[in-house]
Design a protein around this ligand. Structure first.
Ligand SMILES: [Zn+2]
Length: 108
């Protein structure tokens, strides 16, 4: 059974490399497009999908000055978020992806 789970995650993560576009889950649970800029290949076994991303936010609608606990000054100015050490996570039974994770874009 465990071997099946491992091969499923390997199938899901096949093709993960710098330059791919994924969805990043914002603190409020909304999804934003992100480009994979670094894959931590030596850490994939411990944390599947572990990568750094550049997230394209909805600028002022997402990256607000009042949310400074999440965003630094450069991110507030540019609307582009550098999300580091992000693991892959599928939607759980709730259908919701956890914040600060990534997944492949849904088809609808
Ligand atoms: Zn998504």
């Amino acid at each position: 059974m465990e071997a099946t789970i491992i091969s499923n995650i390997q199938m899901i993560l096949a093709g993960l490399t710098e330059g791919r576009i994924v969805h990043y889950v914002m603190p409020n649970g909304e999804h934003r497009p992100a480009i994979v800029v670094r894959v931590w290949r030596e850490l994939q076994e411990a944390s599947p999908g572990y990568s750094n991303l550049q997230v394209f936010t909805d600028f002022g609608n997402d990256v607000k000055v009042e949310n400074r606990e999440f965003y630094n000054d450069a991110e507030i100015r540019s609307g582009r978020l550098w999300a580091t050490s992000v693991s892959y996570a599928d939607a759980g039974e709730s259908g919701l992806h956890p914040p600060h994770t990534w997944h492949w874009p849904e088809r609808n």
